[in-house]
Design a protein around this ligand. Structure first.
Ligand code: HEC
Ligand code: HEC
Length: 451
């Protein structure tokens, strides 16, 4: 007992010594925090499309009037709440390929809050998958399903964080009638036929997405799961016979996902004036992001992504062990797979980069699994994909010559400043059907503790 106390005293003493050393070293070598804050603010203003620091402040997900929305699908509190339950509700998984898949998956099977609204794996498997693990990393194939039967895509799922700021959805931007898709009307066929309805990108994609992901809704289900009143309040302008459908289901889902914001990330607090919210190293990293490392040349919109398409030459999904991915997959061509213009080949949308730490699978083919490796890739700017000759790499993607210390600072900025620690706030307590969520196959019931 006495030696335990001695150890405590010694360790307190050594912590004090460390604090003293760090403190004196801080005083000697670090320029005034105010100076660095000032420098960072200037660098951010230069990169902000409207020259203001406030540009990067994300709205609170509850402050609906501040969230970009589709005039054809205006947000309301009740519609968002309806979408919030439906997004996780395994009860609406009624269009499964096989009987054993019915009622076992949801949108959140592949977009899990705790995993940064991606799955905890390089691919998401909804219908035809079994198991959850901790964050979706242990989802295996239901043996009754062949690989081709699975609801799985040959690209890493995009995060839904800050998706309200995405102008054209998917890695290739194929959804949405406006922005980058103006002039592509002649290409709207198959999945993208939906662009003709004139909805914004998120709404357009989800009208199609509920079909792809094998979910549905009808009046009986709305009544059985207790959603009818919320549908009535959300869509009073839609005639009753059309009010409880796959279409209105998709609109409610779109309303909810627009509210998913990483506004509790420390960088957000710093932007709002709390200069102690991020550390000295993170500020140095942020400064690099907005200046010398050129990151904000591409990642410059509110969500730190943009609607530009660039070829970085990373590997495709079929070039690693994966489900249902093939070399001649149209997804491998990126923007070119949609526009059919060879000049667009291998160009992918610049994604948002909040909460990267939640799931270690980066880029559209999940070719990189560690942020150090990711920064090395950005620093070297060399194609790793034999399909993408170095001459096809984006002219904005250039070697950076960063020092080890600079790389370290950039990683700190990504890992801590851009990490919203509380994404669970977006998940519902219960869902209408009362089923287990986000998955409800037998293995997931065990993994999720649903008994
Ligand atoms: C089987 C896994 C899976 C399921 C289930 C799933 N998604 Fe996704 N989601 C993906 C993948 C993969 C992508 C990226 C596809 C691409 O770009 O080629 C994506 C992309 C998106 C995007 C585009 C984001 C952007 O930045 O462009 C939205 C919006 C979206 N999903 C919403 C939903 C909704 C709503 C549901 C439920 C109806 C859903 N997802 C169900 C895998 C899934
Ligand atoms: C030339 C434009 C460009 C520049 C410059 C750039 N990026 Fe990116 N970034 C992209 C594109 C495009 C992707 C997606 C590439 C793909 O998957 O094919 C991406 C992906 C990422 C990802 C992974 C996101 C995910 O969901 O997988 C992170 C993190 C990232 N960039 C951070 C940075 C940082 C940090 C810098 C500066 C060192 C930087 N980027 C510079 C265009 C750029």
């Amino acid at each position: 007992m006495r030696s335990g106390r001695l150890r405590t005293i010694l360790s307190i003493a050594s912590v004090c010594a460390i604090i003293f050393m760090v403190h004196s070293c801080t005083d000697a070598t670090i320029p005034g925090s105010n100076e660095l804050d000032y420098e960072l603010k200037e660098a951010i203003r230069v990169k902000a499309p409207n020259d203001s620091l406030e540009f990067y402040i994300l709205p609170d997900g509850k402050d609906l009037s501040q969230i970009p929305q589709d005039p054809k699908n205006p947000l309301s509190d009740v519609k968002v709440e309806l979408g919030k339950q439906l997004f996780y509700d395994t009860g609406i998984a009624v269009d499964a390929e096989k009987a054993s898949g019915i009622g076992t998956y949801s949108c959140a099977t592949c977009h899990i809050p705790e995993a940064g609204f991606r799955p905890g794996n390089f691919q998401g498997v909804a219908d035809g998958g079994i198991g959850f693990g901790v964050n979706g990393e242990l989802r295996l194939r239901n043996q009754e399903y062949s690989e081709a039967d699975l609801d799985v895509q040959s690209a890493r799922p995009l995060s839904l964080l800050n998706v309200a700021f995405v102008k054209n959805t998917f890695w290739n931007g194929q959804f949405g009638a406006n922005d980058a898709n103006e002039g592509t009307e002649h290409l709207w066929e198959g999945d993208t036929h939906v662009n003709e309805l004139g909805f914004a990108a998120i709404e357009s994609q989800n009208i199609e997405g509920v079909v792809t992901h094998r979910m549905n809704m009808d009046r009986e289900m709305a009544i059985e799961f207790g959603y009818k009143e919320m549908f009535d309040q959300s869509f009073p302008e839609i005639a009753e016979e059309n009010r409880y459908t796959q279409f209105t289901l998709s609109l409610a889902l779109s309303a909810y996902i627009r509210t998913i914001m990483s506004n509790e990330a420390p960088f957000q607090k710093w932007l709002k004036g709390d200069h102690d919210a991020i550390s000295y190293e993170e500020k140095k990293g942020a400064l690099l992001f907005f200046s010398k490392a050129n990151c904000a040349d591409c990642h410059y919109n509110q969500h730190l992504g943009s609607n530009e398409f660039h070829a970085l030459g990373v590997l495709d999904m079929d070039q690693r062990p994966s489900f249902d991915a093939f070399p001649d997959d149209k997804r491998n061509l990126g923007r070119g797979g949609f526009t059919l213009n060879p000049d667009d080949n291998y160009k992918f949308k610049v994604p948002q980069i909040y909460n990267m730490k939640d799931t270690p699978f980066y880029f559209h083919g999940a070719s990189v699994q560690d942020l150090h490796e990711l920064i090395d890739y950005k620093n070297d700017a060399q194609s790793e994909n034999p399909r993408v000759d170095q001459s096809l790499i984006s002219s904005k993607f250039k070697p950076l010559d960063l020092t080890a210390e600079e790389k370290h600072h950039l990683i700190k900025f990504l890992e801590y400043s851009l990490q919203d620690p509380n994404l669970e706030r977006y998940a519902p307590e219960v869902v209408g059907s009362g089923q287990c969520f986000p998955n409800a196959d037998n293995q997931s019931l065990i993994d999720l503790g649903c008994f």
